[in-house]
Design a protein around this ligand. Structure first.
Ligand SMILES: *[C@@H]1O[C@H](CO)[C@@H](O)[C@H](O)[C@H]1NC(C)=O
Length: 325
């Protein structure tokens, strides 16, 4: 009995500590569920079902106070010129994001971090010229992406990364002249690719895209809008009409093994030429040293303690000259 009360007294502070921290544990998940936090960003109008309408409100940035309640965010027709890292943090349940017509120029590579549920992203009618590698890589369930009506001249495969569910990609009305070979490889589910309104240069770089277009035939009216602007003999021919033989002069693309060889040969040649130069230099130095030693051996030896300069008429004050007089 005594030992039990002793034990209780000893354990009481621990129990108190546990009890006092229990509500914190209980609340922690609650703060992350949609039932807590502000329902709607101040500048926007919200409707049931997680619709946040922030359209056309001259907003200069993504509004604060986004919660996990928001499923669809309309931010179109605002003045969001740049998206900083974690621009949509807190809106982890967002499924549709509309950023059309914002004059958007700059998107940080981690701007879309935390949007693991995003399915539709519309960035059309902005002023994007480049997009950094990894920009869309975290959007693992993205199904539709529009980059239409921007100023993109180049789109790196690493910008999109691997988007296994992406079905629709719009690149129309940009300044693209080719698509990089790896770009389509990371998009296995793609079947709607909008490409018109770009200055396609039908050279070897376009071969993978033309191959993709042959595998995914599209209705004639749209196919006719995809035209080469160069080179001369192909100007105004539709991309979809180019057979693979149009690229027979291109040669096959380099395999990873070829690339490895190319990248290995450079440094090896450099090191080998360095080594050759070093060897040649040391041989030459050794030869010269040997010749100098041989010359020194042929010269007659002088007595050790004699004056270094022999007596000469030009130096009449020297002891040797006075001895001769
Ligand atoms: C969103 O708000 C704008 C401006 O207040 C309005 O014109 C538009 O119809 C709204 N959109 C929806 C889907 O409610």
């Amino acid at each position: 009995m005594l030992s039990l009360s002793f034990l209780l007294r000893r354990l009481w502070p621990l129990l108190l500590l546990l009890l006092s921290s229990w509500p914190v544990w209980a609340q922690e998940p609650a703060t992350a569920t949609p039932t807590d936090g502000p329902d709607c960003p101040e500048a926007c109008a919200c409707a049931p079902g997680g619709q946040a309408n922030c359209s056309g409100r001259a907003l200069p940035a993504v509004p604060a106070g986004l919660s996990r309640r928001v499923r669809a965010l309309q931010l179109d027709h605002n003045r969001v010129r740049a998206l900083p890292p974690g621009a949509f943090v807190g809106a982890g349940a967002l499924q549709r994001l509309d950023l059309r017509e914002n004059g958007l120029r700059w998107v940080h590579p981690r701007a879309f971090w935390g949007l693991g549920a995003l399915q539709q992203l519309d960035l059309s009618a902005n002023q994007l010229e480049t997009l950094a590698p990894g920009t869309f890589a975290s959007l693992r369930v993205l199904r539709a992406l529009s980059l239409a009506d921007n100023r993109l001249a180049c789109l790196e495969p690493a910008t999109l990364g691997a988007l296994p569910l992406l079905r629709a990609l719009s690149l129309q009305d940009n300044e693209l002249s080719a698509l990089k070979p790896g770009l389509l490889a990371g998009l296995p589910a793609l079947d709607a690719l909008r490409l018109r309104g770009n200055p396609w240069v039908c050279g070897c770089a376009l071969r993978p895209l033309c191959a993709w277009l042959r595998r995914h035939p599209r209705p004639a009216p749209e196919a006719e809008t995809l035209l080469c602007v160069s080179p001369g003999r192909l100007t105004l021919s539709p991309l979809t009409a180019l057979p693979d033989t149009a690229f027979s002069h291109c040669g096959l693309p380099l395999t990873p093994w070829d690339l490895a060889v190319v990248y290995a040969v450079g440094p090896v040649c450099f090191l080998a030429s360095m080594a050759a130069c070093l060897a040649l230099g040391s041989v030459l130095t050794a030869c010269r040293a040997r010749r100098r030693r041989a010359a020194a051996r042929r010269r007659p030896r002088r007595p050790l303690n004699s004056s270094p300069s022999p007596a000469s008429p030009a130096n009449p004050g020297s002891p040797a000259a006075t001895a001769q007089v």
